[in-house]
Design a protein around this ligand. Structure first.
Ligand SMILES: [Zn+2]
Ligand SMILES: [Zn+2]
Length: 269
């Protein structure tokens, strides 16, 4: 069974700088372990979630913005057992791994030498690694080589839209997923270029029809307005169950999905 852990649910410049929510990406486990977009705080929040970074099999980095990559080097060292064993797979956009225009590379040449395998992905490319198929999806973002990911596991398809505004190619790329994870930076009435806002996320969910849509990567303004207000709007517009992720929330993808929201458990206690 696949389990998804949201290490951090903040994103964008100011929510990352001031940390009203954690940042640090998403950890997905099955018979394999993937760390997706290990931004600032990824290492600390792995520890909070009692996840061992030494067991990670693959690190995936969607694009070259600091909220998505800053903890990558130490986590590559973790994956490679302190750098003493060539181990693990590092997948990233061209900007992250090779540098492109003003962006990157985000990883030092020393750290690029530690994983067993390095793979640069661009939209439309795919890779079969560690027992699953990873598809790179298009994004419309300020890093032109940025990508999203669609993970085809044995039982499920999980989409991670990444940082992007909406477009027909984005909708097409994420059809057929059981879980659609959206980086939702902007709340209702606040559309800006290159980022997803709530109204556009509702269109994306309505047109792709996942079993559940999970929102994360909340920007500062959105957090002021309330993340749950955004999920309620999207659920009402699309008719699809929509969850605003909370820090360290886990989702188990069994026959039925089970959500564990630590903030609510703590609130109840
Ligand atoms: Zn971001
Ligand atoms: Zn970005």
């Amino acid at each position: 069974m696949t389990t998804i852990t949201f290490l951090g649910t903040g994103g964008g410049r100011f929510a990352t700088i001031y940390q009203p929510r954690n940042t640090g990406g998403i950890y997905i486990t099955n018979e394999w372990r993937i760390h997706l977009d290990p931004g600032p705080g990824a290492l600390v929040n792995l520890s909070r979630a009692s996840i061992d970074p030494g067991k990670t099999d693959a690190i995936l980095i969607s694009h070259c913005h600091p909220d998505h990559y800053t903890d990558a080097e130490i986590l590559i060292e973790g994956m490679a057992r302190g750098g003493f064993r060539k181990r693990g797979i590092l997948i990233g956009s061209e900007s992250v791994l090779q540098g492109s225009g003003n962006f990157g590379p985000a990883i030092s040449s020393y750290h690029l030498g530690l994983p067993e395998k390095i793979k640069v992905m661009s939209k439309g490319s795919s890779a079969n690694v560690i027992g699953l198929s990873i598809e790179a999806t298009p994004t419309r973002h300020s890093d032109p080589t940025g990508i999203g990911f669609k993970l085809h596991t044995r039982d499920d398809t999980i989409s991670y839209v990444g940082d992007s505004e909406l477009g027909p190619d984005i909708i097409e790329a994420h059809k057929g997923s059981r879980v659609l994870i959206i980086c939702l930076t902007r709340p209702i009435g606040s559309r800006i270029p290159y980022h997803m806002c709530t109204e556009d996320a509702a269109i994306l969910v309505e047109k792709t029809l996942p079993e559940v849509a999970i929102l994360t990567h909340f920007g500062m303004k959105l957090l002021h307005e309330g993340a749950e207000k955004q999920s309620a709007y999207i659920e009402k517009q699309s008719g699809v169950r929509t969850i605003a992720a909370t820090d360290l929330m886990t989702v188990n993808l069994g026959k039925t999905m089970r959500f564990r929201d630590r903030t609510r458990t703590e609130n109840r206690a």
